[in-house]
Design a protein around this ligand. Structure first.
Ligand code: BES
Ligand code: ZN
Length: 455
């Protein structure tokens, strides 16, 4: 192990240079113009994996390709097999004007590397590759066989990975999946995440007049779709922060006393959270702490709202339509398709006859909950402690990694969520960054993890 640790220490500068190369690909999965960037990024990754001593290939899908890379192994190997999952696709960069440096031109400022995808998820996942490189390049025997599965569609719902898992079950069968694509509260608080929220995505569109109309000539005698949409959406949450859709909270398992105690230990307190987020006040469902609200309670969230004229100056129209992009975060035991059904039924019920309602369904995924006391979880906690030098905390997270449910259902494998992102990393926001300490400690954590998991 000492050789591995020394190798990691000696090569940090090069690792950062390589990460910069990786971050230069504009691998935005949601935007079709970036398809070639995703393909190029996958090729780069395969090439890089081969350089560090893995066997690697691009596996095409109906969407963006998947990169599969493996540690060299004996076909009769008796070592435990683990998957390391990550994604090389990134979120859109808009609004571009708010970036202090270009999103795909990585720069180091202070302790961090700034670029889209730095924390979510290229940097975090790269830490595992570098740990494996240290084993391979120092000739230190790896106590586990590892298969990296790095996909290009996580940020758009992982639609094709599901099929890939089903088609390649024997190849991908593993004892557990290791994922660094979540967060930790601070460099002094490494964390094991034992739950993620689920999600349903959809788009609502209200159609009014057949075309935009002169608001002076026709306004007042016809419904304004933007107003109708505002009124519709405004009914969906009450003043206590509760979603008003009948049945929305029906299936939820209440938080146990132990979980509420764990949540209370989360070190980012309300005042610091408010400051970090730059919002005039915090707001959430009454009866729950902010930590609970953002990790263990379901939400109805407007992600985008569009209607009428958005250009310079004014334009006096009644817009022809108005639309909203919506996601609901779900918690354990809520069924995505059921929630989708009751949400749609409620929208239809309260939609006024003055507009025509159109709902387009998007992706969906169940929440995830795994035991934080299993032997694998204990091994992970020890690896975190060794790498970071402080006791790790247990936490639930509010984000979603849809494919973890498929890992369980198709491969029978639990996911170990060992996040390296910090709350101020600006994931999905302008000026995304990744802390270089989290990067180097993450490599160390990964190096220890394989020993602990095999032991
Ligand atoms: N890395 C995130 C997931 C995440 C972030 C989990 C922080 C927990 C804490 C991932 O890349 C992500 O953003 N997932 C999407 C999934 C969605 C598009 C289906 C999400 O949560 O919005
Ligand atoms: Zn993300």
């Amino acid at each position: 192990m000492q050789a591995v640790i020394d190798y990691l220490k000696a090569n940090q500068e090069r690792f950062v240079t390589e990460l910069k190369e990786y971050l230069r690909f504009a691998s935005v999965s949601a935007q079709s113009q970036h398809k070639p960037d995703l393909a190029a990024c996958a090729d780069w990754l395969v090439h890089h994996c081969r350089q560090i001593g893995l066997t690697a290939e691009v596996r095409p899908t109906a969407g963006h390709p998947i990169v599969v890379a493996k540690t060299p192994r004996d076909p009769k190997s008796k070592k435990p097999h683990f998957m390391v999952y990550g994604h090389y696709d990134v979120q859109p960069v808009e609004p571009l004007a708010l970036w202090e440096t270009p999103p795909f031109d990585p720069v180091i400022k202070g302790d961090s590397i700034y670029a889209r995808g730095s924390t979510d998820n290229k940097g975090q996942n790269f830490a595992h590759l570098k740990a494996v490189e240290a084993y391979l390049k120092t000739g230190t025997p790896l106590p586990c066989d590892l298969t990296f599965v790095i996909e290009g569609e996580e940020e758009v719902g992982s639609a094709n990975l599901d099929k890939f898992l089903k088609a390649n079950k024997p190849e991908l069968k593993c004892a557990a999946v290791v994922i660094s694509d979540t967060g930790m509260p601070s460099p002094k608080h490494p964390a094991l995440t034992y739950a993620l929220r689920g999600i349903i995505a959809f788009e609502i569109k209200l159609h009014g007049p057949a075309r935009d109309l002169h608001s002076g000539v026709f306004g007042g005698a016809i419904e304004n779709p933007a107003m109708a949409l505002s009124q519709l959406l405004a009914q969906l949450r009450d003043k206590n922060g509760r979603v008003t859709i009948p049945g929305f909270y029906d299936d939820i398992v209440p938080l146990s006393k132990f979980e509420r105690q764990q949540a209370a230990l989360y070190p980012l307190k309300d005042a610091a959270l408010k400051k970090l987020l730059g919002s005039p006040q915090l707001f959430g469902e009454r009866g729950f702490t902010a930590t609970e609200q953002r990790s263990a309670r379901p939400t109805f969230e407007i992600n985008g709202l569009t209607s009428g004229y958005q250009g310079e100056g004014s334009k006096t129209i009644v817009p022809s339509w108005a639309s909203a992009k919506i996601t609901c975060r779900l918690v354990p035991n809520q069924k995505p398709e059921h929630v989708r059904k009751i949400v749609c039924a409620h929208l239809k019920k309260i939609c006024p006859p003055t507009v025509r309602l159109e709902i387009a369904a998007g992706h969906g995924a169940e929440a995830y909950l795994v035991s934080p006391t299993s032997p694998h979880a204990q091994a992970a906690l020890r690896a975190l402690q060794s790498a970071f030098g402080c006791p790790p905390i247990l936490m639930r997270e509010g984000g979603s990694i849809p494919i973890v449910n498929q890992f369980k259902k198709i491969l029978g494998a639990d996911s170990l969520l060992l996040g390296l992102g910090l709350p101020d990393d600006n994931a999905h926001s302008p000026n995304e960054k990744f802390n270089l300490k989290c990067f180097s400690k993450g490599q160390l954590m990964s190096a220890h993890l394989w020993q602990e998991l095999a032991g």
